[in-house]
Design a protein around this ligand. Structure first.
Ligand code: PMP
Ligand code: GLN
Length: 382
C-alpha cells in the first residue's frame, strides 16, 4: 500500500511470503494454491510451447482464448460478447485493473471501492492520480450499508469498482446491493468495474456477475483471470470484457504496459475454460472442504471465525485469544507457531482501521494435510 509520503511500499503478500520462507512457517498468507491445476490445462501449455507458440501474441489476446472467454461468459452467465471487440486478454487481473483505472480516470476523478479492498486498487488509483473514496464493509458479515453506498457515489465518481466475491472477506454481494450499484452508476454516469477472479470459488450460491443485471452491461467492465480457477496464479493470464468503446480505451493503455504476455499459457487457459461442468463443481466442493478444515482448526484454537461464502480466505478475530493487534500477531506468528497469515489492516487505509485491528486473513487454498498441520500448530496460541 501507500506510505505516509505517498510512496509505494512492498506488498503485504511479498512481505509475509518472505517471512514464511525465512522462518520455515506454513504460508497461509499469500493466496496461491500449493498444488497444480487440471492436467489438461498443464498439458495444453506444454503442447503450445512444443508447437512454437512462443512469440508475442496479438495485443488484444490469442483469438482462441478470446473465443473461449466469450463462450465461458455465455455458458455460465448468459452474457453474449463479440470476441473480437468485447474481450481483451491481460497480464493477470492485476493489469486489467490497472489499465482500466488508468484509461478511464483523469486527475481528480473519484473511484469508489469497498474497504477492505485488494491492495492493488489503491496503488492503481494513486498511480492514475484519481481520488479513492470507500464504503466500509464491517465484520462479521461484511455487507455494505446501502445508505453509505448511496452517499459515496456522486457526480464526481468516474468508476464504482467492486470485487465480488470479495478478497479478503470472502463475502458475496446480494442482488439488492448489485442493483443499487447499477442504479447509482446510471444516476451519476459512472462506469462499473468488477473484479471477479473468485467467480468459480463460491460455496453458497452460483456467482451472479453484475454485468448480467438489467442496465449494467453497457457500462460495465468485468475482470477475471485464470489464476484462481485453474490454480495457475503464476501464469498471469487475465481478461477484461465489456462494451467496445470502453474496452478500446483499456487496450490503448494496456499496449504500453505489457503489450502482450504469456503466449503458450493463453491457449492453455482457453482449454481450461472449456472443461466440463464436473471440473467446476469439483473445484468448488474441494475448496469448501478445505475451508471447513481450517475453520474448525481456527475455532478450536480460540479464534472467532467469519465463515466465507467464497474465495480462498477466512477472516478470523484474534481478540478472544488476547491478541488485539493482528499486525503484531502476524509478524510474530511464524516464530510462535510456524504459521504465516495477513492482517486485515493491510487492506484498509490507516484512518479506517477501527473495527479491523484484531482480524487476520488465513488462506485455505492448501493441501488438506497442510491445513491440518497448521490447525494443530495454531492451537499453541491458546
Ligand atoms: N483481484 C483480487 C481480488 C485478487 O485476490 C487477486 C489476487 N489473486 C487479483 C485481483 C490478481 O489477480 P492476477 O493474479 O490474475 O493478476
Ligand atoms: N491475490 C493474492 C492474495 O490476496 C496475492 C497476489 C499477490 O501476491 N500480489 O493473497
Amino acid at each position: 500500500l501507500l506510505s505516509d509520503d505517498g510512496t509505494l511500499n512492498q506488498t503485504v503478500f511479498a512481505e509475509m511470503t518472505a517471512l514464511a520462507t525465512r522462518t520455515g512457517a506454513i504460508n497461509l498468507g499469500q493466496g496461491f494454491p500449493d498444488g497444480d491445476g487440471p492436467a489438461e490445462v498443464l498439458a495444453a501449455a506444454k503442447r503450445a510451447i512444443g508447437d512454437g507458440t512462443n512469440q508475442y501474441p496479438p495485443g488484444i489476446g490469442n483469438p482462441v482464448l478470446r473465443a473461449a472467454i466469450a463462450a465461458h461468459q455465455e455458458r455460465f452467465y448468459g452474457i453474449e460478447l463479440d470476441p473480437d471487440t468485447e474481450v481483451l486478454v491481460t497480464a493477470g487481473a492485476t493489469e486489467a485493473l490497472a489499465a482500466t483505472i488508468l484509461a478511464l480516470t483523469d486527475d481528480g476523478d473519484e473511484v469508489v471501492t469497498f474497504e477492505p479492498f485488494y491492495d492493488s486498487y489503491a496503488a492503481a488509483i494513486a498511480l492514475g492520480r484519481a481520488i479513492h473514496r470507500t464504503v466500509p464493509l464491517r465484520a462479521p458479515d461484511f455487507q455494505p450499508d446501502l445508505d453509505e453506498l448511496r452517499a459515496a457515489v456522486t457526480d464526481r465518481t468516474r468508476i464504482i469498482l467492486i470485487n465480488d466475491p470479495h478478497n479478503p472477506t470472502g463475502a458475496t454481494f446480494s442482488r439488492e446491493t448489485l442493483e443499487l450499484i447499477v442504479e447509482l452508476a446510471h444516476e451519476h454516469d459512472a462506469v462499473i468495474v468488477t473484479d471477479e477472479v473468485y467467480e468459480h470459488l463460491t460455496f453458497d450460491a452460483p456467482h451472479t456477475p453484475i454485468a448480467s443485471l438489467p442496465g449494467a452491461r453497457e457500462r460495465t467492465i468485468s475482470i477475471s483471470s485464470g489464476g484462481k480457477t485453474f490454480s495457475t496464479t503464476g501464469w498471469k493470464v487475465g481478461w477484461a470484457t465489456g462494451p467496445r468503446e470502453l474496452l478500446s480505451a483499456v487496450l490503448a493503455v494496456k499496449q504500453y504496459l505489457t503489450y502482450s504476455n504469456a503466449a503458450p499459457f493463453q491457449p492453455a487457459i482457453a482449454a481450461g475454460l472449456g472443461l466440463g461442468d464436473d471440473f467446476f463443481t469439483d473445484l468448488r466442493e474441494g475448496l469448501r472442504a478445505k475451508r471447513d478444515i481450517l475453520a474448525d482448526g481456527l475455532r478450536a484454537s480460540g479464534f472467532t471465525v467469519m465463515t466465507p461464502s467464497a474465495g480462498y480466505f477466512i477472516v478470523a478475530d484474534a481478540s478472544p485469544l488476547g491478541f488485539d493487534d493482528a499486525q503484531e500477531l502476524c509478524l510474530r506468528m511464524p516464530e510462535l507457531v510456524g504459521v504465516a497469515a495477513v492482517p486485515i489492516t493491510a487492506f484498509v487505509r490507516p484512518q479506517n482501521r477501527a473495527g479491523h485491528e484484531s482480524l487476520v486473513r488465513f488462506a485455505f487454498c492448501k493441501q488438506k494435510e497442510v491445513l491440518r498441520r497448521a490447525s494443530a500448530q495454531l492451537q499453541q496460541l491458546r
